[in-house]
Ligand binder design. Structure first.
Ligand SMILES: Cc1cc2nc3c(=O)[nH]c(=O)nc-3n(C[C@H](O)[C@H](O)[C@H](O)COP(=O)(O)OP(=O)(O)OC[C@H]3O[C@@H](n4cnc5c(N)ncnc54)[C@H](O)[C@@H]3O)c2cc1C
Length: 438
């Protein structure tokens, strides 16, 4: 009989699925013992990375490191254990007039996962990555020591861990800054772009907005290649809100989250349904430009509205392919990628385009570099590997790189920026795959 801590496990894309040891504990002495007794340990937060990054031979789940340590309400500084979810932090800080400096497109990730992937949001061009807000964290290293890492103390470990995908040890807790907000609402503008030239012009014009993102229809070709919808936003001030919303401007949205109750049959998502969805999405707003006020949940986390939406892709799962191409080559590279995808017939149900600003050179393991980044979902199918290899070649030709938090198939040379210590204690399946392919 298998020991009960060996179980089938996958990350958000449900690909790959592996059978590995998964342990979770909150006592430091037991965590130390687990590390001492095993090699190839990897930390796992909430498994919201898409590929194989949070999987390894011996997985330490931080799910029980879930306590808040302190909240300095005057200065907006919060400290919690690494398994606390961003959603839990928001529930505490929004009613107090604070928000995260940087948030990804889901709030169901842990603080440890946010630091280890150095996540970015819709404001990379204006506010950088998550690490910009991190003051310090405690790290359990390969020797079982707990060290404090900040910009001034163990700074080498601080920068290796930020974006280091768990390869430097286990982040136990962290202290980070929040930003002031007057309301829980975003003043947003939604603007349609008929093609790639228009959407690039819109990104240039919108650089002064704090948040920018575009949904892109990957099945369009010819003069409509790059047809998209841009959403840009700012935190709303109280006086800007309609009178009814001014009454309780920091109120949290009521929770009602439907679920996808089981894996849908894989054939439901196909080129025809994706085309139909894209048509509805693009034509949802009749006007070319719409301005309104929406709750932060609607603006930042539209996908979180449906629990377990990843089951929509069926049991074989899906991958998310996210790359960045330097700004100077951005349009040409993106055109080539969009043409390749449209010709391949692999429709991407979700495709999100952002413009990254300058990177922080100290955070050398972080994914973003100045340029255009596109994230695409593809259902796993027998032809996918070939498409990914072709996309990898194009990204490489244009001097780009791919995002480790999403990857499970890409070429190792596109992940060279993870110049980490080769540490036999902390190794993920992703890391092993990358090393063996290089
Ligand atoms: C719907 C959706 C939207 C997303 N949007 C974005 C986006 O806009 N921007 C973006 O940057 N990312 C985005 N992501 C990816 C996601 O934010 C990252 O993969 C994040 O790291 C997941 O955090 P997690 O807690 O689930 O960590 P996991 O997925 O469990 O782990 C991710 C990595 O962090 C490491 N790790 C986790 N916890 C610790 C710890 N305590 N100590 C050391 N290492 C640790 C793991 O080893 C692994 O390498 C999105 C994901 C989803 C599902």
């Amino acid at each position: 009989m298998k020991p009960n801590f060996i179980r089938k496990i996958a990350n958000w894309g449900n690909f790959p699925v592996v059978e590995k040891e998964v342990r979770s504990m909150d006592s430091l002495s037991r965590i130390r013992e687990f590390i001492k007794n095993n090699n190839e340990v990897i930390a796992r937060g909430n498994g919201r990375c898409y590929g194989d990054a949070a999987l390894g031979e011996h997985i330490f789940s931080t799910i029980r490191l879930n306590k808040f340590i302190s909240f300095d309400r005057l200065n907006g500084i919060i400290e919690c254990e690494s398994g606390v979810l961003l959603s839990e932090i928001l529930e505490i800080c929004v009613p107090q007039g604070y928000f995260l400096f940087v948030t990804p497109g889901t709030k169901f990730i842990t603080l440890g996962g946010a630091i280890a992937a150095d996540v970015h949001g819709k404001n990379h061009h204006s506010e950088g990555c998550f690490s910009e807000s991190v003051l310090e964290f405690s790290l359990l290293n390969e020797n079982g020591e707990v060290i404090t890492c900040s910009r001034t103390e163990n700074s080498e470990k601080f920068w290796a861990t930020v974006g280091g995908m768990g390869l430097t040890g286990i982040i136990l807790s962290a202290k980070f800054k929040l930003k002031n907000i007057e309301t829980a609402y975003i003043r947003q503008e939604i603007i349609k772009a008929e093609n790639i030239d228009e959407i690039f012009r819109l990104f240039d014009e919108s650089e002064s907005w704090t948040y920018n993102v575009a949904w892109i229809d990957c099945l369009q070709k010819g003069k409509n290649l790059g047809r998209s919808v841009m959403m840009r936003g700012e935190h709303a001030f109280r006086h800007q809100l309609p009178p009814k919303l001014q009454e309780n401007p920091l109120r949290l949205k009521e929770k009602s989250t439907p679920s996808v109750p089981f894996y849908l049959p894989g054939f439901i998502l196909n080129n025809i349904t994706v085309k139909f969805f894209n048509f509805l999405y693009f034509n949802h707003h009749r006007k070319n430009k719409v301005a309104d006020y929406v709750n932060y949940e609607t603006f930042f986390y539209p996908l979180d509205i449906v629990n377990d939406w990843n089951r929509m892709y069926g049991k074989n799962g899906f991958i998310q392919y996210q790359f960045v191409i330097p700004k100077e080559n951005g349009k040409e590279g993106l055109k080539k990628i969009l043409e390749t995808i449209a010709d391949s017939g692999n429709g991407s149900f979700l495709a999100v385009l952002k413009l990254f600003g300058k990177n922080n050179p100290e955070a050398y393991n972080s994914f973003p570099i100045e340029g255009y980044t596109l994230a695409l979902d593809f259902k796993v199918n027998p032809k996918l590997k070939k498409l990914v290899s072709r996309l990898d070649e194009i990204v490489e030709d244009y001097g780009g790189r791919i995002y480790l938090a999403k990857d499970s198939m890409s070429k190792s040379s596109l992940t060279d920026y993870l110049k980490n210590v080769q540490n036999p204690k902390f190794v993920s399946l992703q890391h092993k795959r990358i090393i063996s392919n290089s």
